[in-house]
Design a binder for this molecule. Structure first.
Ligand SMILES: Nc1ncnc2c1ncn2[C@@H]1O[C@H](COP(=O)(O)OP(=O)(O)OP(=O)(O)O)[C@@H](O)[C@H]1O
Length: 255
């Protein structure tokens, strides 16, 4: 579905992403973990075209054939089917929850993100937005101003906005960031639900979530992949324990 070969990004003398070979299969939920500064956000930025690589290539499988998307602009990678939910929120706080999703559906449908276009002119966009809100369990908040949502609900809305683009691959950037402990279960359910019919690459610091939802885990350290394996093998890998997990033991019943 998605693969990188020798992907490298330098910032001056610093190699933030170092010669990364990575693949994501169509039916897979892969997590990308690693200590602060390991290169996870830079890797996401390279995949979505926010940053250009210094070296290496990115290929995306679309309509049955591989396409080189190295250096492709973010709006174009999104159009091809690679969508990202942002850690730094991309929600319009003064619009309603429904409007946020409707505008994203409309932008995908006709290429226009004009938020003042009359919603009644496109009832199918509104219907689709409601269906997406139901899927992320936010439909009861459709008329709520987005700025009044809790952190957890805002993360749900960000995923809804990403889903509105009808993606094949979803890049989830810390969907649990700032979420209260009572809402963690909702976020886990949401991740597992979207992974049913999308390839998902997840960046997440909460190891209980990562161990529970991932088919595969890739560990970055100082820009390089130091492990790429099942959750159990990664958890037990001495190099990963040393670089990142520092004695983490999975909670009973989670893995
Ligand atoms: N625009 C930039 N200019 C210079 N250095 C950068 C830039 N962006 C990232 N870096 C550096 O690249 C390295 C990787 O950063 P990155 O944000 O990708 O790590 P991360 O794994 O996402 O960290 P975190 O878990 O803290 O979000 C860090 O040393 C960071 O300081």
């Amino acid at each position: 579905m998605l693969r990188t070969t020798g992907l490298t990004r330098r910032f001056g003398g610093l190699v933030a992403v170092d010669d990364v070979d990575f693949t994501l299969e169509a039916d897979e939920l892969c997590s990308l973990i690693g200590p602060n500064g390991a290169g996870k956000t830079t890797f996401f930025n390279l995949l979505t075209g926010v940053l250009a690589p210094s070296e290496g290539s990115i290929e995306f499988r679309t309509n049955g054939s591989w396409r080189d998307i190295t250096g492709t602009e973010p709006h174009e990678t999104a159009r091809l089917g690679l969508h990202r939910s942002y850690q730094i929120t991309n929600v319009f706080p003064t619009s309603t929850v429904l409007e946020n999703v409707r505008v994203a559906v409309q932008a995908h449908g006709d290429g226009s993100a004009n938020p003042i276009r009359n919603a009644r002119a496109f009832p199918e966009h509104t219907e689709e937005a409601h269906a997406i809100l139901e899927r992320v369990e936010l439909d009861d908040f459709a008329e709520t101003t987005a700025g009044n949502l809790s952190h957890g609900q805002t993360r749900q809305l960000e995923v809804a906005i990403a889903l509105a683009g009808d993606p094949d691959v979803l890049l989830l950037d810390e969907p649990n960031a700032g979420v209260s402990s009572e809402s963690v279960g909702t976020i886990i359910d949401l991740i597992e639900d979207v992974a049913e019919d999308h390839a998902v690459l997840l960046v997440e610091h909460n190891m209980d979530i990562v161990m529970r939802v991932s088919d595969r885990i890739v560990v970055l350290n100082q820009g390089s992949v130091i492990a790429d394996d099942t959750p159990e093998s990664v958890r037990d890998d001495p190099n990963v324990q040393k670089a990142y997990l520092g004695g983490y033991e999975v909670e009973e019943g989670i893995a």
